[in-house]
Design a protein around this ligand. Structure first.
Ligand code: ADP
Ligand code: MG
Length: 248
């Protein structure tokens, strides 16, 4: 299958007044249409830097990024970063406003997403009135509003407690699949990565390189929560855990 995105020998060094910080040493991977890739690696190894470069928020130092023509990205961050003074609907319309795409058709699309994904009764509420999990769902819908081809998710559930984290990752996964998006998710939660991803890229410490890429296959692939119960799950967990250079 043709790749949506091909990253070839990507390299990044930050230059600051204090000196140079090499963040990415050498990263090569591709993303296929409809694929869900998780990137795991120790804290500070360069994961967020990779996502920022992919969506042009940051310049690379070297390497090539081949994208299919007109590919667009949606970036969802760890904190839901909703504006407290805007209603849920107005928060979701923000990206469309900024990019001058606030047509009736696009607004209807956002309304339909909010309805489909259980937020119909909260359209005119403010973020403070929603639970953390609901706010993450709103953040995802805001990201989907501009109809991006590729979603970049940077530790999207880490602000949530364990129970909500499981529920929201299940929700978000199903929304991504239903809307037929491709995704790259950064996480430091290995179980989350295994339960959601088709492939997992394991990074070394900073400056990061690829230690290994695992294809995750479940005989009965289902939702993330169900996948955790599959017999293959612990096999992947044990295998990949050994590869990650965690520091305490
Ligand atoms: P991760 O997301 O894996 O935790 P980051 O990509 O945020 O790691 O950062 C990788 C390294 O680059 C870290 O050591 C961090 O301090 C450094 N870094 C990140 N952003 C900047 C910046 N704007 N200027 C200088 N150094 C940075
Ligand atoms: Mg990060």
């Amino acid at each position: 299958m043709k790749s949506l995105l091909k990253v070839h020998h990507l390299k990044k060094t930050y230059h600051t007044k204090q000196g140079e910080t090499p963040a990415i040493k050498d990263i090569t991977f591709d993303l296929k249409p409809g694929e869900f890739i998780a990137i795991v690696g120790p804290s500070g190894c360069g994961k967020s830097t990779i996502l920022s470069i992919l969506c042009d928020l940051l310049e690379k130092s070297n390497g090539t990024i081949e994208k299919n023509k007109n590919i667009t990205f949606g970036y969802m961050l760890q904190q839901d970063s909703l504006f407290p003074w805007r209603t849920i609907l107005d928060n979701c319309l923000l990206g469309l406003e900024i990019t001058n795409q606030l047509t009736n058709e696009n607004k209807d699309y956002v309304l339909s997403l909010l309805k489909t994904y259980g937020l119909k009764d909260f359209i005119h509420s403010y973020p403070a009135n929603l639970s953390g999990g609901m706010r993450q769902r709103v953040a995802l819908i805001r990201t989907l509003a501009t109809k991006p081809d590729i979603l970049l998710l940077d530790e999207p559930f880490s602000a949530l407690d364990y129970q909500s984290r499981l529920a929201v990752s299940d929700d978000v996964y199903q929304i991504i699949k239903k809307e037929k998006k491709s995704a790259i998710m950064v996480t430091h939660d290995l179980a989350e990565a295994i339960s959601m991803a088709d492939r997992i890229i394991v990074l070394t410490e900073r400056p990061c390189q690829i230690k290994n890429i695992h294809t995750i296959q479940f005989e009965n692939r289902s939702t993330p929560i169900e996948n955790r119960k599959c017999k293959e799950f612990s096999k992947y967990y044990d295998q990949i855990w050994k590869e990650i250079d965690f520091h305490v």
